[in-house]
Ligand binder design. Structure first.
Ligand code: GLU
Length: 464
C-alpha cells in the first residue's frame, strides 16, 4: 500500500488570505481529498513583528468560508520552539550545523566587499568549525546557528509542476537555522514541520522554488525522506500584471463582501492554473474526484473577473431560495433594512435570482420591497401620463377584491387594457415605475404577487 497523502497549507499570518494563498490552500486540500489523505493547516508565525492575531483569524475565516476544512491543526510554529531546538542540536552534534558569531556590521561589511569585487553576496563560512578553530567567540554577540551546506554537488528534484530542477550547491550558502533568540528561520521551521507532520506533497507558490534546494539539503542532513514538490505558478491580474493590492479585491473575504458565493470562487480558483478537459463549471465534489497535479500549467495564470462573475451568476441561479434569502437578509441587515414586514424574502429572491450576477445585486433588487420607493420625477413625467393614471386608478379598485395570485392579477390588468383600449406596456411600465421606481422588472404579475396587496395599494395610492 502506498503512503497516505498528507498535504499542508502553511500561511504566514501577516495579512488576510488573498487569492493566491486561497488557490494554494484549495489545491492542497483538493489533492488530499482526492486521495483520501489528510490536509494539515500550519500557521507560520515566526515573523513575530509582522504576525498578528487578526491575520490568523482572517485566514481561518477565509478557509472556512471557502469550505476548506483541515484534518489536523492549526499548528503554530511559535508553540514548537523546543522541537526546533531539539532538531538543531541533532544537526550540531552530527556536524551539519555550527554556531556563527558574526555581527550584523561584520556581515554587512563582508557583503559590501563581495559586491565591490563583483561577487554574489553570500556568507563566506567564516565560523565553520575548521576555520574558526582557535577563535574565541566575541563577548556579547549571541550566536546564530547555521546549516553547513554541502560544498559540492547538486541538489535536484522532479517538480510535479515544473519538471526537473537542479541547483549547484556552490550557489547556496550556509543559511541560518536558528536566530539568536532561538526562533527558527522560515526554511528550518518548514523542514522540521514537514518532517514531523509526515508531509508527502509540498504544494506551494513558486516564490518558494529557491528555498526548496536548501530545504532538501537540510532534510538530507537529517537522513529524512523527501516529500514531493509541486510549485504553482503565480497569478496575474486582469491586466497581465502581478496580482497585487492594486487589483482591489485581493482578500478572499472581499469576495463575500462583493456578493460572490463561495462555490463560485472555489470553482473559479480551481481553474486558475488547473484544468480538467474543457470543464469550466464543476462542483466541489467533482473537483475532489478529478483534481490531480498532472494538469497544472507551469505558466502563469491570469485572473479574469468576467469569468468569475459568469460563474457567480451560474451558482446564484442554481442556489436554493432559502439560502439566497439568508444571503440577501445578511446584506439588507447590514444596510439597516428590515425585512420583518412586507413580502417573504424567499419569494422576492426567487423573482430576481435569474437576473443578477452578485448577491449584492440581489439585495439591491430585494431592497425595494422593504424600503420606501420614490420613483425619479423624470421617470414619472415620462411614463405616468393621464391615460396611465386612469388605468392605475382602475386597477387599484380591482386590486381591492381580486384574489392575490398571479393569474387573477394578470386578468385584472387585461381587463383594464381592454376597457381603456391600451396596450400592455402602457400600463405595465407606469405600474413598474410606481411600484419599484424602475422601468424593467421581472414579469409584472409576479412582482405584484410577491409585493402583496397592501404594499401595492399603498404605492399606487401615492400617485393618484
Ligand atoms: N509560510 C510560507 C508563505 O506564507 C509558505 C511556506 C511553504 O508553503 O513552504 O509563503
Amino acid at each position: 500500500m502506498s503512503t497516505p497523502v498528507r498535504t499542508r497549507f502553511a500561511p504566514s499570518p501577516t495579512g488576510f488570505l488573498h487569492i493566491g494563498g486561497a488557490r494554494t490552500a484549495l489545491f492542497c486540500w483538493a489533492y488530499a481529498r482526492k486521495h483520501g489523505g489528510q490536509f494539515i493547516l500550519r500557521i507560520e508565525d515566526t515573523d513575530v513583528e509582522r504576525s498578528t492575531q487578526a491575520a490568523i483569524e482572517a485566514i481561518l475565516d477565509g478557509m472556512s468560508w471557502l469550505g476548506l476544512n483541515w484534518d489536523e491543526g492549526p499548528f503554530y510554529q511559535m508553540q514548537r520552539l523546543a522541537r526546533y531546538r531539539e532538531i538543531s542540536e541533532r544537526l550540531l552534534r552530527d556536524g551539519h550545523a555550527y554556531w556563527c558569531y558574526a555581527s550584523k556590521e561584520e556581515l554587512d561589511a563582508m557583503r559590501e566587499a563581495q559586491r565591490r569585487h563583483g561577487e554574489k553576496p553570500r556568507y563566506d563560512g567564516r565560523w565553520r568549525p575548521e576555520r574558526a578553530a582557535g577563535m574565541t567567540p566575541p563577548a556579547g554577540v549571541p550566536p546564530v546557528l547555521r546549516f553547513r551546506n554541502p560544498d559540492e554537488g547538486t541538489v535536484a528534484w522532479h517538480d510535479l509542476v515544473k519538471g526537473r530542477i537542479e541547483i549547484d550547491n556552490r550557489e547556496l550558502d550556509d543559511l541560518v537555522l536558528l536566530r539568536a533568540d532561538g526562533v527558527p528561520t522560515y526554511n528550518f521551521g518548514v523542514v522540521v514541520d514537514d518532517l514531523d507532520m509526515c508531509i508527502t506533497h509540498v504544494i506551494r507558490g513558486d516564490d518558494h522554488v529557491n528555498n526548496t534546494p536548501r530545504q532538501i539539503n537540510i532534510l538530507r542532513a537529517l537522513g529524512a525522506p523527501l516529500p514531493q514538490y509541486a510549485h504553482l505558478s503565480m497569478i496575474l491580474g486582469d491586466d497581465g500584471q502581478k496580482l497585487s493590492k492594486r487589483h482591489g479585491a485581493v482578500s478572499v473575504m472581499q469576495y463575500d463582501e462583493d456578493g460572490f458565493l463561495p462555490e463560485a470562487v472555489v470553482n473559479y480558483l480551481a481553474r486558475l492554473g488547473w484544468s480538467h478537459g474543457d470543464d469550466e463549471v464543476f462542483s466541489v465534489v467533482q473537483l475532489c474526484e478529478w483534481f490531480d497535479l498532472d494538469h497544472i500549467t507551469p505558466s502563469a495564470a491570469q485572473f479574469n473577473t468576467e469569468k468569475l462573475l459568469w460563474l457567480n451568476q451560474h451558482y446564484i441561479k442554481a442556489a436554493d431560495d432559502a439560502r439566497l434569502a439568508a444571503e440577501a437578509k445578511r446584506r439588507l441587515d447590514a444596510r439597516g433594512v428590515s425585512t420583518a414586514d412586507g413580502p417573504k424574502l424567499e419569494t422576492v429572491v426567487a423573482l430576481y435570482k435569474e437576473r443578477v450576477t452578485t448577491l449584492n445585486e440581489l439585495a439591491d433588487a430585494a431592497e425595494i420591497f422593504y424600503v420606501d420607493v420614490t420613483p425619479a420625477p423624470e421617470l414619472l413625467a415620462q411614463h405616468l401620463n393621464d391615460a396611465a393614471r386612469k388605468a392605475l386608478a382602475r386597477l387599484s379598485v380591482l386590486f381591492e377584491t381580486v384574489a392575490w395570485e398571479r393569474a387573477a392579477l394578470s386578468a385584472a390588468i387585461k381587463e383594464v387594457l381592454t376597457q381603456q383600449q391600451l396596450k400592455m406596456p402602457q400600463v405595465a411600465i407606469p405600474l413598474r415605475v410606481v411600484l419599484t421606481g424602475q422601468t424593467q422588472t421581472p414579469s409584472i404579475d409576479l412582482v405584484l404577487e410577491a409585493m402583496g396587496r397592501e404594499l401595492v395599494q399603498r404605492r399606487l395610492a401615492r400617485h393618484r
